[in-house]
Design a protein around this ligand. Structure first.
Ligand code: 6XA
Ligand code: ZN
Length: 344
């Protein structure tokens, strides 16, 4: 399996994440990637490729222009304002406020484009987000060219990012870029299967009115888990997209036997949709020891999940999302990939 990876992810490592009222060392940190790379090498999966420069054209087609300009210039504006710390959203367009007008003030703009406050923006965030998107672009191009599969070792992750909002450690939606590229590359219908513990609100939002891209997500119930405000089972799409979104929210303590029933249901829905390309938002924070999640999957379960996805039989691009049990993120991620190859 070819792996697309960029060292440029290191440019994004905020000093703090807002967690429990404190600024803690971010859970989404560069060492996650070190553990994944080490495990890949240990398992002989060393077909690594640097994707090179990002192609901004598909990103401009996917995202709001004001949002992209914000991501690119926020740090300069923030520091020009005289702020000493990293960029953290503090005020939001809350209910019944003007949510369609981005303020001129940088502090206001930050909250306008943020969906959550835990994620800080720093001087290198834009560079890292672009490199992460480039990994997704490279992996997708490889599959479009005929490969059965490829792994975009994306960091920062992307599935919470919408066309005009960042948060949940995400800035550019790598999986959505991959799905759009698959469509542009000839796939008539594409499915995104999100197995990260958290609902892929960004991916859902981007494709919610689309009939050509199916979104399925297994995740912690929004009543209990971030991002909280999307991911209910009754969210099934809108307009032409009705029926092309399938959410499988699950309660705290969900184990693999229950989780795998949702996986099989999601795959059945994707089969019924008639996808001819698959993007997997590969988060492994459903792991039993993940510090910020509450499912109970164990490492071998990720192999079995990968096997089921491999047996499904579609050309598949994996985009790395979450997973914060640092010592286990490599094992669990590579287990999915090895299971996939075993299932092919
Ligand atoms: N309290 C913020 C939690 C962010 C979760 C990010 C993630 O793993 N998403 O998949
Ligand atoms: Zn997650």
């Amino acid at each position: 399996m070819r792996i697309y990876y960029s060292e440029a992810h290191r440019a994004h490592f905020p000093q703090g994440e807002l967690h429990g009222g404190e600024l803690v060392t971010p859970f989404e940190r560069p060492s996650r990637i070190e553990y994944i790379l080490a495990r890949l090498r240990a398992r002989g999966m060393d077909d690594l490729h640097d994707p090179g420069e990002v192609d901004l054209a598909p990103i401009r087609a996917l995202c709001d222009a004001g949002y992209l300009q914000f991501l690119e210039t926020a740090w300069a504006e923030w520091t020009a304002e005289g702020f000493a710390g990293e960029i953290i959203a503090a005020s939001f367009p809350a209910r019944r406020m003007q949510s369609a007008r981005p303020p001129r003030n940088i502090d206001g703009k930050v909250g306008y484009y943020a969906l959550a406050s835990e994620t800080a923006i720093t001087a290198g965030t834009w560079q890292a987000a672009c490199a992460s998107a480039a990994c997704a672009q490279g992996a997708t191009a490889h599959v479009i060219a005929g490969a059965r599969c490829a792994f975009a070792l994306c960091r920062p992750p992307g599935h919470h990012a919408t066309a005009d909002m960042y948060g949940g450690y995400c800035f550019l939606n790598n999986a959505a870029l991959s799905a759009e590229a698959m469509r542009a590359g000839g796939a008539a219908r594409v499915a995104v299967l999100d197995i990260d513990f958290h609902h892929g609100n960004g991916t859902q939002d981007i494709f919610y009115d689309r009939e050509d891209v199916f979104f399925a997500s297994l995740h912690g119930a929004p009543e209990d888990a971030f991002p909280y405000y999307l991911g209910y089972a009754d969210e099934t799409g809108t307009g032409a997209g009705v029926g092309a979104t399938a959410n499988f929210p699950m309660p705290p303590g969900t184990d693999y036997p229950e989780w795998s029933l949702a996986l099989d249901d999601a795959l059945a829905r994707i089969r019924g949709f008639g996808a001819d390309g698959l993007v997997v938002s590969l988060g492994v924070d459903a792991y039993k020891e993940d510090p910020i999640s509450f499912f109970k999957l164990d490492s071998p379960d990720f192999f079995d999940a990968g096997r089921r996805i491999g047996a499904f039989g579609l050309p598949t691009v994996f985009c790395m999302e979450g997973g914060y049990s640092i010592e286990n993120v490599g094992i669990n991620t590579v287990n999915v990939l090895e299971g996939f190859l075993a299932g092919c």
